[in-house]
Design a protein around this ligand. Structure first.
Ligand code: ZN
Length: 253
């Protein structure tokens, strides 16, 4: 191979390498959904999240839009969306749910926070429960409190900048029954450390294995339990987690 040809191949290889350079070359499109008429602490989180991800979008060069109108969750609107965010709620009509199922089944990205994965016997959306890896809401701590989180998987691009454990800002933490960890397709990335127990005063988490961030590997999805109140974006480690999570979901397309 001539020296010139080698140079061309090297340059080609460099430009196709994953990382910051390719992010700039292939910007992705994010659409965040939230509800403005839910629990005040959840609205507050959503408003801060919109600001956080908007700033991140101009810094990291991707498209970011947000909407409080869940009717935007339709096939036509999602056509050019790479990652859908649910900040504090989930769709309630069959039409919106079906559009989301189709979007996910064809490889769309999803990042869900906190109450977006809340589901109980009144939710009546079996597809969504299997999408979450089988997780059903079981309990929570109250009031919202900081908690030590343990990184389960240091190898993931989502957790690569995190220390083995860190104290996450005050949040209402959910427990799940069944736990998503029971599902062989689920990869848990962060877990509530057992040193937190008992966590809470009015409502207390006392024991058990509580996954906090996980992915169902059958989909391009990631769930994060953070999302209650106005403290969520006050920790640099956790902010790195949010940023790397969105790049992971946006960059795989
Ligand atoms: Zn909450």
């Amino acid at each position: 191979m001539s020296r010139q040809l080698l140079l061309v191949f090297t340059m080609l290889a460099l430009t196709t390498m994953p990382g910051a350079a390719s992010r700039k070359q292939a910007p992705f499109s994010v659409l965040a959904f939230y509800s403005a008429n839910v629990e005040h602490d959840h609205v507050e989180f959503a408003e801060q999240a919109v600001r956080f991800f908007s700033e991140m979008a101009s810094r990291d060069h991707f498209q970011f839009e947000s909407t409080a109108n869940w009717e935007d969750l339709n096939t036509k609107r999602l056509e050019h969306v790479d990652v859908v965010l649910w900040l504090n709620d989930s769709p309630h009509t069959n039409q919106e749910r079906t559009a989301f199922e189709q979007y996910e089944e064809r490889g769309g990205g999803w990042l869900g926070f906190h109450a977006s994965a809340y589901n109980d016997s009144d939710t009546h959306w079996p597809w969504f429960v299997q999408f979450l890896g089988g997780a059903v809401f079981y309990g929570n701590n109250w009031p919202p409190l900081p908690a030590t989180l343990r990184v389960d998987d240091k190898a993931s691009p989502v957790t690569r900048r995190l220390p083995p454990q860190f104290v996450a800002p005050a949040n209402e933490w959910y427990s799940w029954m069944p736990s998503p960890r029971a599902n062989k397709d689920v990869k848990v990335l962060l877990t509530l450390d057992t040193s937190n127990y008992p966590l809470g005063f009015k409502d207390t988490l006392t024991s058990g294995d509580i996954p906090v961030v996980w992915t169902n590997t059958k989909y391009r999805m990631l769930y994060m339990n953070m999302g209650h109140g106005d403290k969520i974006f006050t920790d640099a480690h956790q902010n790195d987690l949010f940023e790397d999570a969105l790049h992971w979901l946006g960059g795989r397309r």
